[in-house]
Design a binder for this molecule. Sequence first.
Ligand code: HEC
Ligand code: HEC
Length: 355
Amino acid sequence: MKLVPLLSATAVALSALPALAAEDAELREEAQFYFEAIPTEISVIKQTEDQPEGVPLTSEKIELGRWLFFDPRMSSSGLISCQTCHNVGLGGVDGLAVSIGHGWQSGPRNSPTMLNAIFNAAQFWDGRAADLAEQAKGPVQASVEMSNTPDAVVETLNSMPEYVEAFQTAFPGDNDPVNFDNFAEAIEQFEATLITPNSKFDLFLNGDDDAMSEQEKRGLQAFMETGCTACHYGVNFGGQDYHPFGVIARPGAEVLPAGDRGRFEVTQTVDDEYVFRASPLRNIALTAPYFHSGVVWDLKEAVQIMSSSQLGTELSDEQVDDIVAFLHTLTGDQPEVVHPILPMRRDETPLPAPM
Ligand code: HEC
Ligand code: HEC
């Protein structure tokens, strides 16, 4: 019988709460169903059911990965590093429509950010790399990116004793630690530290009602209500699965060029034509231009294209503005990365090849 007065006391207290706080609590609860906050730190990656303990990050691998990420000598020209196209000072992108690499060639696609990429289920616009280590081997060899070979990378690394020592320290117990797999693993570990916690949205999700403005909250509501969450969900607001670009209406060729058929190139299945990974939307305000083609510079226009092509709805101007305001709350603390002082070249170090 004691329970009854207790319950009614709670009911009174709840109804006495300001209406707004109750609305915030409801909005938060709904958001928690779709999204997760970015942790402030991670110490383990690649946790799976088979490998619940995952792979621990080590400061030695992270440090080596930082060198490799910034070292242009990993490219055949000696000019291009990961940082060239994934600038840690620019939200992890190059800010170009499509990336420019070896020999000033334009690549086929816009450079996505590597910030928070550790939370994606697969890498690239078409998801063709399973994880960041597999991913890191791609650009080094791509003729339009760094245009190098694994053997040449290993030769360059072996020519500088500081690198050899750093690999030995990072991979103790490995008889031949300077190899391409370890190169990729070190970069993966460094990239895993490039996360952006404490965005306004995450603060709201974690309980701070005042972290977001009324307009931003309306945008969050609209993002969930109109169905953006069917594809953009989870800790990264995307990066989890694949969808046709143009579920309802295929965008025009200027946004979706016919030559890039997305996942079709990976699976050779007709159903995968023009299918792309639902883009992660963390830090989206910093990563213009948008879409794999990189032709849309205005976030508002990108949201309008999404609503007509993916949802078949015409959002009102006000709704689009609200959603854009909300998307701005996904900008988190940017990682402060110190540019490494890199090992000095030696006589044995291969010379840069002409582009
Ligand atoms: C010439 C520019 C260029 C260089 C150099 C480059 N990248 Fe990229 N990167 C891109 C482009 C473009 C894509 C998207 C390619 C695609 O989806 O087909 C990409 C994709 C990625 C992704 C996937 C992110 C995601 O959300 O799917 C990661 C991670 C990444 N690069 C890391 C690296 C690392 C590490 C290096 C250095 C070893 C590097 N990149 C060098 C242009 C570049
Ligand atoms: C059916 C799945 C689906 C739905 C629903 C959807 N999207 Fe997308 N979204 C995608 C895919 C796939 C891409 C990548 C398109 C490409 O290849 O460039 C994308 C890309 C984006 C981009 C560009 C990301 C970048 O880095 O360039 C933004 C912004 C975006 N979506 C916002 C939204 C908003 C806002 C909504 C709701 C109005 C929404 N999306 C609904 C699947 C979806």
